[in-house]
Design a protein. Structure first.
Length: 358
């Protein structure tokens, strides 16, 4: 069964993982909100989502920050749902509960226990059913996957790329941390959660030098060595880069990217963040990740694709998602050259007149 659900006043949507994962779900969240304009849409997320979205215009009306629950809000084992959480959530009286979190092995039982009249979402072969579901399959772009779920409850997309509103509070945070920023700023983000997705820091440095623009190198506190590595490898002395490490929350980082003419990055949450605030991006992707997480448009966003399909050390396959991962953490994306990246950087930095209204 598909189509609108009658009498919906409260909607729960489960998407309790990282920043980029949330942003890829925004088109589906917007579609659901548009289909049920009078309903209150609650994101079942994490403390990060609550900090980012509370008071921010968008499709999410409020956030429930879930505690660590294995398979739901954390990948770590040994965190069962705490006593009382389902009672608290059922008290909210959800009419519709939507699972756009993953295959459903753990998340579908969680969603079924919310007490909603109708449940909808994704279902892998090892997951239990919901009232309405679509198969969860490998190598399917996440945004399109979630829009299929939204369609189960009568919601239709109005755009494929995510959008995030930058607020005055975000801009004030940026100004307090970094002061006045120069015009023509380019950002570089060398980090990524998986070391295999990280383009070498010396190549980011070469790109940063070649832009001949003021440069900000961004990263989390855990990526400080990568940020410092890029700056150390840069060769220009007249215009040193600015490190931005742990100085901004996600909102402040969004405001920084909003001020940039371009972000050069790996496949990582900050690339999605920059795109969501309207900043063009050039990013290095491993081919398998591009299928699931790459930009869906190319006017402002240019992915450079590594076609390496096996570990450079031991030859273990990377395209078989069910195979056990090898222990090597060397980059898989080194076949993307500086020249390939710079071709797209120059095109985006000089091609504003061609972008139209995308």
């Amino acid at each position: 069964m598909t189509g609108l659900v009658d009498g919906v006043e409260r909607i729960a949507v489960l998407r309790a993982n990282a920043l980029g994962d949330y942003l890829m779900a925004v088109p589906a969240l917007e579609a659901i909100k548009r289909a049920y304009p009078g309903a209150r849409q609650t994101l079942l997320g994490t403390a990060m989502h609550a900090e980012l979205l509370t008071g921010r215009p968008g499709p999410v009306d409020d956030v429930v920050a879930l505690p660590p629950i294995s398979g739901v809000s954390t990948a770590e084992r040994g965190h069962p749902a705490p006593d009382g959480i389902f009672h608290e959530l059922r008290e909210r009286g959800f009419d519709l509960a939507v699972q756009i979190h993953g295959g459903g092995r753990f998340s579908n039982p969680f969603v079924r226990r919310l007490g909603a009249r109708v449940t909808a979402g994704l279902r892998a072969p090892d997951a239990g059913p919901l009232d309405r579901w679509v198969p969860y399959t490998d190598y399917h772009h996440e945004t399109l996957r979630f829009l299929q779920v939204a369609a189960l409850v009568g919601a239709v997309a109005d755009g494929l790329e995510p959008r995030l509103t930058v607020t005055d509070r975000d801009r004030a945070e940026l100004a307090a941390a970094l002061g006045e920023l120069p015009a023509g700023l380019v950002a570089v983000h060398p980090g990524a959660t998986d070391p295999r997705r990280r383009w070498p820091v010396e190549r980011f440095a070469e790109v940063a030098d070649a832009t001949d623009r003021p440069v900000a190198v961004t990263g989390t506190e855990g990526e400080r060595d990568l940020v410092e590595g890029v700056i150390a490898e840069m060769r220009r002395s007249s215009r040193p880069a600015t490190p931005v490490v742990g100085a901004l929350g996600i909102g402040g980082l969004a405001a920084l990217y909003e001020r940039c003419d371009l972000l050069v990055a790996n496949d990582t949450g900050p690339r999605h963040l920059a795109a969501a605030v309207g900043t063009p991006t050039v990013a290095v992707y491993w081919c398998g990740n591009l299928i699931n997480h790459g930009p869906l448009s190319r006017t402002r966003h240019r992915p450079l694709i590594s076609w390496t399909t096996a570990c450079p050390v031991c030859g273990a396959s990377g395209v078989d998602v069910r195979a056990e991962r090898c222990a090597h953490n060397l980059p898989w994306v080194t076949d993307v050259s500086v020249g390939m990246v710079m071709e797209q950087v120059r095109d985006l930095l000089t091609g504003e007149g061609r972008w139209g209204n995308e």
